[in-house]
Design a protein around this ligand. Structure first.
Ligand code: PXP
Length: 239
């Protein structure tokens, strides 16, 4: 199973103070050296974290794979066609949400999504649709020529107990098998962490996972000791 890192939250931290650091591009390059198979960013319409400068620099510097999450709206499609990421992942977007809240409804938005896919394909960009593990949604994605689906794993990640988690895992297993039969590549993500990834690895038909929050949060915790020690050492030298 390949693993891509979403660096949106590095930009969230940078933007909180309107400064230059931490820089999501630097973090992406270090993550590549550490072994990730790709970098994911979501250029939101409100630009709350990643901005166009980040996206364009990442396009120049990322040597693994750049996956651009995006809403299927004209302004962002135009930017994607210009920047040409290795993959465009279409997600639903609501201004007030804290994070992407669920999959895109392919069946209800078939024409708009079909047009977006056509436009992105004309720019030679493969397209993934972020959707629920639902057989009908997956069939609709294949009908409009999506190349990949990304299965929304939020329900699995937020399951209230083991039984719910097991049921959702089964749903994801069946959904990914169905997608594979239709010739789709299968990615997955949202809410995956150091604990719930373990059972998830047993699903054979998933090619790739996309993880953000858990890894960025872990990096802050595991890095704090070194960061404090370094500052303490500088201050001690001046005693
Ligand atoms: N995949 C998609 C489509 C997403 O929108 C997100 C969240 O930005 C992720 C994966 C990663 O989710 P998380 O940050 O919870 O790991």
């Amino acid at each position: 199973m390949r693993f891509c890192l979403n660096v949106d939250h590095i930009a969230t931290l940078r933007n909180a103070r309107g400064e230059m650091l931490p820089d999501p591009v630097t973090v992406a390059l270090i993550a590549e050296q550490a072994g990730v198979d790709g970098i994911v960013v979501h250029l939101r319409e409100d630009r709350r974290h990643i901005n166009e400068r980040d996206l364009r620099l990442l396009r120049e510097l990322v040597s693994t794979k750049l996956d651009m999450e995006m809403a299927a709206v004209d302004e962002i499609i135009k930017i994607a066609c210009d920047v040409r990421p290795n993959l465009a992942t279409i997600v639903p977007e609501r201004r007030k949400e804290l994070t992407t809240e669920g999959g895109v409804n392919v069946i209800d938005n078939i024409e708009a999504l079909s047009n977006a896919i056509k436009e992105l394909h004309e720019a030679e960009i493969p397209v993934s649709l972020f959707i629920e593990p639902d057989i009908n949604q997956i069939s609709a994605a294949a009908e409009i020529n999506a190349d990949f689906i990304e299965i929304h794993t939020g329900t699995y990640a937020n399951a209230a107990n083991e039984e719910e988690q097991f049921d959702e895992l089964e749903r994801i297993r069946l959904a990914s098998k169905h997608a594979k039969k239709l010739g789709l590549g299968v990615n997955a993500g949202h809410g995956l962490n150091y604990v719930n990834i373990k059972q998830f690895l047993e699903i054979e038909d998933i090619d790739e996972v996309s993880i953000g929050q858990a890894i960025i949060a872990r990096a802050v915790i595991t890095g704090i000791k070194e960061a404090v020690e370094e500052m303490k050492q500088i201050i001690r030298q001046k005693k």
